[in-house]
Design a binder for this molecule. Sequence first.
Ligand code: RFL
Length: 389
Amino acid sequence: EETKVVIIGAGVCGLTLATFLQKSGIHCIVLERRDRAYIETRQRAGVIDSRAVKMFKDWGLADKLLSGPAAYAIEYRLNGSPRLFISNEGNDNGTQSLFCTQQMLVNNLLRDLIDVTAGDIRFEVADVIIRNEKNERPQVTYTDESGQHQVTCDYIVGCDADRGISRSSIPEGVLTKYSYEYGYAWLAALVEAPVTGYPIMAISKHGFAAQLPRGPQRSRYYLQCALSDNATDWPDERIWDEIRLRIGDSSVKNAHIHNIEFVPFRSVVYSPMQYNHLFLAGDAAHIVPPVSAKGMNLGLYDVEVLAQALIKAVKEHDITALERYSDTCLTHIWNYQDFALWMADTMHDAGDPTLHGEFRQMVARARLDNLFHSATAARLHMEYQGGTN
Ligand code: RFL
């Protein structure tokens, strides 16, 4: 069997890339180890930044794929005192970031790709093996319930996240891994209660907490916690008590908690993001901590750069953009690693002096204050939030 591009992983990045290629008349096959229902119910990120919104508009897909309220304001609450940061300017592209969940985007991508444009997504595949030698056409083999299959292609794209097989198929010594561990984690709780006022990032001496929308009926609370914490340390009653304490609002009522997850804070970049005919995109190539709300958005940036480069390579036999793929993306990624580090340090240090001491606490508070006193600092923050920087 033959195709132009094999995409490994049907997460938000793999599906977006497949949609762009499909729309451009380039045949591709997506291989995914989970079933469709699993992917449809996976709830993760909640913000599509304005750069990504504009990207979907430019592809004529925004109306079909995106919906949700504009993400124009966030309340930074320091020890219970609210300060509203309005972000409706600074986005030079005439669009606004959206509170549109990753789950909704993924569901819309699946519906459009499978049910409308008859895209080729193969679920529940196993034993994916990549053959990626310099002077040969690449091949991907996999098994499903009918046996083993082999696909020959021109390009392979690894969108199978941090624990996938794409990156690990690259020989030792080719990639450099840059990583940073923050030393703490977030407990992420998906609850059956909507955000009633503005989304909140609450900085407190008891530790950081946030409440962000996840659709009209639900929200995600995040609570800073120890790296070693697990579910037995956090019974529901403790979660609600800590939420009330950290956001400084005793009127918050307990609600049903759908699930909790623990997210260790780390930043990782693999460089370069390509090897022979294989290109890495999204979490397969980089991780940012969730405080930045950039994980999905960085992946969407990668796949747009890659889609444009693949279209040039396939249609015009011009591989210059493809050869520059890694450099183009890494410039953007390092910039947003800086933003993620800034957000993590500011949000946590300004509240909890046990992390890095009182000196860093005072510096972090000054930095936060600056957003409200300096138009220049505010402008840069807006650009980062919008993804336009
Ligand atoms: P995904 O979405 O994890 O998809 C990878 C897919 O690859 C499949 N796969 C394989 N398929 C075939 N063979 C194999 N060997 C395979 N191994 C894996 C998997 O089944 C899966 O379907 O990666 P992708 O597409 O790179 O997208 C990355 C984003 O999902 C991720 O960056 C974000 O969810 C991160 N993130 C957030 N990003 C934001 O921009 N804003 C946020 O507010 C935000 N909040 C979050 C987050 C991630 C979280 N988790 C998962 C820790 C909140 C949380 C709790």
